[in-house]
Write a protein that binds this ligand. Structure first.
Ligand code: SF4
Ligand code: SF4
Length: 391
């Protein structure tokens, strides 16, 4: 494992994201604790020091799991990052806050109660890294609101040693939103977590975001480095082009090596769901081996060949609120396959589970309002249903 730094702290270049831990079959987001512990233990014994979670990952179970999983390790042998879920909160009377979106229905709380709940769940006295979760065009007003006072409160916790380093994650559409937030709070944040991969370099202006963050002198933690697995499974034709240069390397390794070439990137998070994935990723981060300029150009060509794909990262935010319990990311993968003629085109809902039938979508739109990639999901469902009828 090689190491970088954030705010003077040595961090492993590969971090373990705890949003896609192994799950118990047929039980939604429920974590398979035994399998997940194996992944954590492998990470700890192979030099991974950065562990990222959030209040709402796995329906709130991720923090609980990590608290248990890490307690056998000395507190100073790992770095723990968690996030404040302000992107799913609203201001109420008398300093109270309510939950919205996927967290709706939970009792009202305060910033202080929520932060201490997180410390308790993670079984720690402090967070090494603590982030505002998804500062975006939709959530920035809440985070900036002085009456809510989230940032002032977290700065106070930092002065008390409960937070070592403060940052934020973002799915903002525009790099300007990030710039304005950093400028408004100059000196407060020490790192930014963004969605970054060779495909988003152009389509989500990830380049513009990296430039802004670099201008503010901050380091980057990467999420969605392989776009929720999309860049780990390239169409055959594109994969053949990569194999012609490096026959041994998987598509995922290409994507991760691309990230190693960006100087501002300190940690690349990977939500590893199987031991095989973590074994391969640890090997990819054994030592820096960034892509060459020629390889970079080739990856841009690969990205351009996939620009018409619906940019789903399989984060599954949408599935949690779907009243019809539809497997939206799987159907979007099928849609991409049918449109682009790769192996996913074999998808055939005849006799498939109801959760894979796009015709059951009632167009309520609750999925689209939560999708961090701003995908018009009901339209895709409609179009997929039509495509399958015509097939
Ligand atoms: S459609 Fe959007 S919310 Fe749903 S899994 Fe894909 S990226 Fe996530
Ligand atoms: S619009 Fe369709 S896919 Fe989206 S939440 Fe509603 S029923 Fe589910």
């Amino acid at each position: 494992m090689f190491y970088n730094e954030i705010a003077g702290v040595k961090v492993s270049a590969l971090g373990l994201g705890n949003m896609r831990l192994p799950k118990v079959e047929g039980q939604g987001e429920k974590i398979d604790w035994e399998k997940a512990q194996e992944i954590v233990d492998y990470a700890m014994s192979h030099g991974i020091t950065y562990y990222d979670t959030a209040y709402r990952y796995h329906g709130g179970e991720s923090e609980l799991f990590l608290g248990e999983a890490m307690k056998k390790y000395p507190r100073d042998s790992y770095l723990l990052a968690s996030k404040f879920p302000g992107h799913m909160m609203e201001k109420k009377e008398n300093g109270m806050m309510g939950f919205t979106s996927l967290l709706a229905g939970r009792p009202d709380t305060t910033v202080d109660a929520l932060f201490h709940e997180q410390l308790r769940k993670c079984q720690v006295d402090y967070f090494d890294f603590y982030l505002l979760h998804n500062v975006s065009e939709k959530s920035v007003a809440f985070y900036n609101d002085p009456e809510v006072g989230v940032i002032d409160y977290l700065m106070k916790q930092k002065s008390l040693g409960k937070i070592r380093h403060l940052g934020f994650s973002t799915h903002a559409v525009s790099a300007e939103t990030i710039d304005e937030f950093l400028t408004r709070h100059e000196g407060v944040f020490e790192f930014v977590q963004i969605q970054l991969n060779y495909m988003d370099w152009k389509i989500q202006d990830a380049k513009g975001k990296v430039d802004v963050i670099a201008r503010h002198g901050l380091k980057i933690v990467v999420m969605e480095g392989v776009r929720g697995g999309r860049l780990a499974q390239l169409p055959e034709e594109q994969m053949a082009r990569l194999h012609a240069i490096r026959p041994e390397d998987s598509a995922a390794r290409w994507a991760l090596r691309w990230l190693q070439g960006i100087p501002e990137v300190s940690v690349v998070l990977s939500g590893m769901s199987t031991l095989d994935q973590i074994i391969e990723n640890v090997e990819t981060f054994r030592e820096p081996n960034p892509v060459s300029e020629t390889e970079k150009d080739l990856l841009q060509e690969v990205a351009e060949s996939m620009l018409s794909w619906v940019p789903c990262t399989a984060c599954r935010y949408c599935t949690e609120g779907c009243p019809m319990e539809l497997e939206i990311p799987r159907m979007i993968a099928a849609y991409n396959g049918l449109k682009n003629g790769d192996h996913m085109a074999k998808y055939n809902p005849a006799g498939a589970e109801p959760s894979l039938d796009p015709g059951r979508c009632i167009g309520c739109g609750s999925c689209a309002s939560i999708c961090p990639q701003n995908i018009a999901i009901p339209n895709i469902m409609r179009e997929l249903a039509d495509m399958l009828t015509e097939k």
